[in-house]
Design a protein around this ligand. Structure first.
Ligand code: FES
Length: 154
């Protein structure tokens, strides 16, 4: 039995400890927001937070989250109004949308560390998440917007 906190709720899971967290989230808990992309921690579509740090869920065995706190895109805010989510809407960031949960979770980890990030800090952090649609410019604008007090006003 593996115990963890998932999106603020205590959970105990009777699953193979070697199973990647991504499979646990999607196939066993029905949390489909975290995406499967490459399965090799190269694309970032599966980024979640582990104790506040961004990790690739596809390469994180369940055993590694024992006693720790996992946050997925579903748990980022209770009402979908996290500053990043608002900024993503205002800037109309997504195209196909597939990479966007990973992008937002990566950006959230960045803002936790750097509340007013520079372009260089945004570029460095967000380079861990690929976007085949090329939304990088809108992502940069949205991260800046989320980091500014005006975000709620559009
Ligand atoms: Fe399509 Fe990023 S919006 S992969």
């Amino acid at each position: 039995m593996i115990s963890l906190t998932l999106n603020g709720e205590p959970r105990a899971l009777d699953l193979d400890p070697e199973m990647p967290l991504l499979w646990v989230l999607r196939d066993h808990l029905g949390l489909m927001g975290t995406k499967y992309g490459c399965g090799k921690a190269e694309c970032g579509a599966c980024i979640v937070h582990l104790d506040g740090e961004p990790v690739n869920a596809c390469m994180t065995p369940l055993s590694q989250v024992e006693g720790r706190s996992v946050t997925t895109i579903e748990g980022l805010s209770s009402d979908g109004r996290h500053p990043l989510q608002l900024a993503w809407i205002i800037e109309q960031v997504p195209q196909c949308g597939y990479c966007q949960p990973g992008q937002i979770m990566m950006a959230a980890a960045l803002l936790n560390k750097h509340p007013r990030p520079t372009d260089a800090q945004i570029e460095e952090a967000m380079s861990r998440v690929l976007c085949r649609c090329g939304t990088y410019e809108r992502i940069r604008r949205a991260v800046h917007r989320a980091a500014s007090p005006e975000v709620q006003n559009g």
